[in-house]
Design a protein around this ligand. Structure first.
Ligand code: BGC
Length: 743
């Protein structure tokens, strides 16, 4: 019966001559296909396509709705999230295809953020690799495993820029920088949707750029809080990664919970229609975040859910995630003439087009193959890639007196609850990741260094203040050559709804470190956390510090290989690490202010009386077991013409004893603008590997486009004048050369 209907669709498709006129012939073809289905649908069925409910297999927000199976059956729900495995999604798809009147297949969404089964490091960690190929591969593998488990839509990439480590969701993003964030957004879209954006390939999933827009700037770092920023800051700093992801072909966008300029994003016509569709040219589907239509009542812009629904549909929202608002009110609103049926049709057309593009009308079960799932999930090459990315994401923050790398056979005391945890290795948004499958840091260190050379004591927990384990930790450390203390945050202390007012290491972990440091043995701190932390005290106490983030399924092994020098760390921070929470927000692309700190007077300048201005570790910072020296910069010309380019060249030499990788970073400063300009802006980077003693030259091409911004009159472009160009291994330690942009 249902197959018959599909044939009917096909016939109508052939008969429907180019009724809809779309500029793009490819798009027109998809429009026609979607219209062939749309014609058959009742208003109720159309609204059903605009509904997305959780299966509650995984809980990612408040549960509102029971009985979603019945909703699928009677055409009231066209999309499901938080359901996975080939078997379960097949069961649900069967209800949609075999038991609903029209048999329209379901979309299956899930938060596959940094892996599906094979979990990669948290996104902030991955960003610290500055390795676009590795990040793309991680997204590719995540897509392959998710698609093999019945999923065809991931709620990623999350591309929200943030400069506030109190916000728990910085762990999901790519850090503070719009340029790097944009490159990473593109890499992730390519990874999820495949390099050609061919959704019909069963190894790809639909990407969803989120959270549109400016969600990363909640006041006080408190999740879901008010966002208030100038349009200029929004357009120049927060918007670029969303735009980059859309330009890379991402075909869905998720709205954000926050308001922008006084209007909640989910009801913002400016954001969702004028900016997203008209200016950015986005053609895909817009889904809300979890119940964000309903939340407009709490925001105080709608008196009830029905009114909130009107705001959403009029703003340009196609699909209601979990809110039941379209389901409950939209039909009546259309019947009463409050919403035009053509608005509903436009939304449904966009949704159906995606389903066609995914090939679901050709074969609704194409993602539900259990044999394929078994073969692809946890494939050895996926685990290998997860190990590779985990190593590349780690950042060596300190290494005095060559405390690292450890030598095989040294007696090592391993301390800390996090050394034995597997759950924490996965971080938040672990999708279907299974921590029982994994080995913790301690087991991997033992496996590498020999059981007899490794002693362990928990010492203390991650969060409470019980000191009763201190004595044992100190006792075993007396017999060790070196102490490795694994400390940080519980995984649930980062991610969504996990904002903090302190960014210190919780509990008594630092107190134990103070005690251990008195033993006069090298103490190496391995950090597991999802945000920049205030590590001022730890930096004083430890000989070496390795930022390991939450490194994923292969994290234990990755930490071990880095500690023992099997891999030379190459990660660089993508968020500044403040000295204390009071400096927040702190970011390298700050403005100079009218009273910069370098002025000679002591008092009346932009500074704190109780803290330096600088971060403890700047953006772009990360050490290696080797060291790199930068030559002076050479420019092909010191004058850039309006249509020209200049080439900046620098030689980088590995003058240490180990082979290593370096992220060469290129920044600029516009010295005089019609509006104030940041003291530095990242404009290019290249990750190179250098054998011990080897030198390489690195080039960056500078174009006027790279110097563009929203000028005082809000037009976009560069302004002629004096610039500085900086190249170095982090945003602080750089070489500088001046140049001019000619009129
Ligand atoms: C989060 C989104 C997520 C959604 C679905 C929301 O609470 O903000 O990032 O995609 O839940 O799980």
């Amino acid at each position: 019966m249902k197959k018959l209907l599909l044939l009917v669709f096909a016939a109508i498709l052939v008969l429907s001559a180019c009724r809809r006129q779309s500029g793009d012939p490819q798009e027109a073809k998809w429009d026609q296909k979607a219209d062939s289905v749309l014609k058959l649908m009742t208003l109720e069925e159309k609204i059903g396509q605009m509904v997305l409910y959780t299966s509650d297999w995984d809980v990612t927000g408040p549960t509102l709705r029971q009985g979603y199976l019945e909703d699928i059956r009677n055409g009231h729900c066209g999309n499901i999230f938080n359901a996975h495995t080939a078997a379960y999604t097949r069961k649900l798809q069967q209800i949609a295809v075999e038991e609903s009147r029209l048999g329209i297949p379901l979309l299956f969404g899930y938060d596959v953020i940094h892996g599906h089964k094979t979990i990669f490091p948290i996104s902030l960690g991955e960003s610290a690799s500055w390795d676009m190929a590795a990040i793309e591969k991680s997204a590719r593998i995540s897509a392959i495993e998710a698609a093999a488990s019945g999923i065809n839509w991931t709620f990623a990439p999350m591309v929200d820029i943030s400069v506030d480590p109190r916000w728990g969701r910085v762990s999901e993003g790519a850090g503070e920088d719009p340029f790097l964030g944009s490159r990473i957004a593109e890499a992730r879209v390519r990874g999820f949707q495949g390099p050609g954006n061919d959704l019909s390939d069963t190894l790809t999933v639909l990407a969803c750029v989120k959270h549109f827009a400016a969600y990363g700037a909640p006041q006080g770092g408190r999740d879901y809080n008010t966002v208030d920023m100038s349009e200029r800051v929004f357009l120049d700093t927060y918007l670029p990664p969303y735009k980059a992801a859309i330009d890379a072909g991402a075909m869905s966008v998720m709205t954000s919970f926050n308001e922008y300029d006084g209007v909640p994003a989910t009801g913002s016509k400016y954001l969702l229609t004028e900016l997203l569709r008209e200016k950015l040219g986005f053609k895909g589907l817009v889904v809300t975040d979890y119940t964000s239509i309903n939340e407009m009542v709490h925001h105080g812009v709608a008196k009830d859910d029905a009114e909130a629904g009107l705001l959403a549909i009029n703003a340009g929202v196609d699909m209601d995630m979990q809110g039941e608002v379209y389901f409950k009110y939209l039909k009546k609103q259309v019947e009463e003439g409050l919403v035009k049926e053509s608005q509903v049709d436009d939304a449904v057309r966009r949704i159906l087009k995606i389903k066609f593009k995914l090939g679901l009308f050709d074969d609704p079960y194409r993602y539900c193959n259990e044999e394929r799932e078994k073969r692809l999930v946890y494939a050895p090459e996926h685990l290998e890639a997860a190990l590779d990315v985990a190593k590349k994401s780690m950042v060596l923050l300190k290494n005095d007196n060559h405390a690292l790398p450890l030598k095989r056979g040294e007696k090592i005391a391993v301390i800390g609850e996090l050394a034995t945890s597997t759950r924490d290795l996965l971080g938040s948004w672990k999708a279907a990741g299974d921590w029982n499958f994994m080995r913790p840091v301690l087991d991997e260190i033992k496996a590498y260094n020999g059981e007899n050379n490794v002693m362990y004591a928990e010492g203390c927990k991650k969060t409470d203040d019980d000191r009763s384990g201190f004595a044992k930790a100190l006792g075993i450390s007396l017999f060790a050559d070196k102490i490795v203390m694994v400390i940080g945050e519980d995984w649930e202390w980062t991610g969504e709804a996990a904002s903090r007012t302190s960014i210190k290491i919780p509990g008594v972990q630092t107190e134990l470190l103070e005690n251990l440091s008195k033993l006069n043995k090298p103490v190496i701190v391995v950090l597991m956390n999802g945000r920049p932390l205030d590590l001022t005290r730890e930096n004083e106490l430890a000989d070496a510090m390795l930022e390991a983030w939450y490194p994923g399924t292969m994290g234990g092994k990755a930490v071990t290989q880095v500690l023992f020098g099997e891999y030379n760390p190459s990660g660089k921070l993508t968020m500044s690490f403040p000295m204390n929470v009071g400096q927040v927000p702190l970011y390298y692309y700050a403005k100079n202010t009218g009273r910069p700190i370098y002025l000679p007077n002591d008092k009346y300048k932009s500074k704190y009386i109780d803290s330096p201005n600088e971060p403890l570790f700047p953006f772009g910072f990360g050490l290696s077991y080797t060291s790199f020296v930068y030559s002076d910069i050479k420019l092909s010309s010191s004058e850039l013409t309006a249509n020209g380019n200049i080439k900046a060249t620098v030689a980088v030499t590995n003058n240490g004893a180990y082979d290593g990788e370096e992220v060469v970073q290129c920044y600029i400063r516009d010295l005089v603008g019609s509006v104030t300009r940041p003291v530095k802006e990242l404009k290019g980077f290249e990750k190179i590997s250098l054998k011990a003693g080897e030198s390489k030259t690195v080039h960056f091409e500078i174009t006027p486009e790279m110097l563009s911004f929203h000028r005082q009159d809000m037009t976009y472009g560069a302004e002629p004048g004096d610039f500085q160009l900086f190249i170095g291994g982090n945003s602080r330690d750089v070489k500088m050369i001046p140049f001019k942009l000619l009129p």
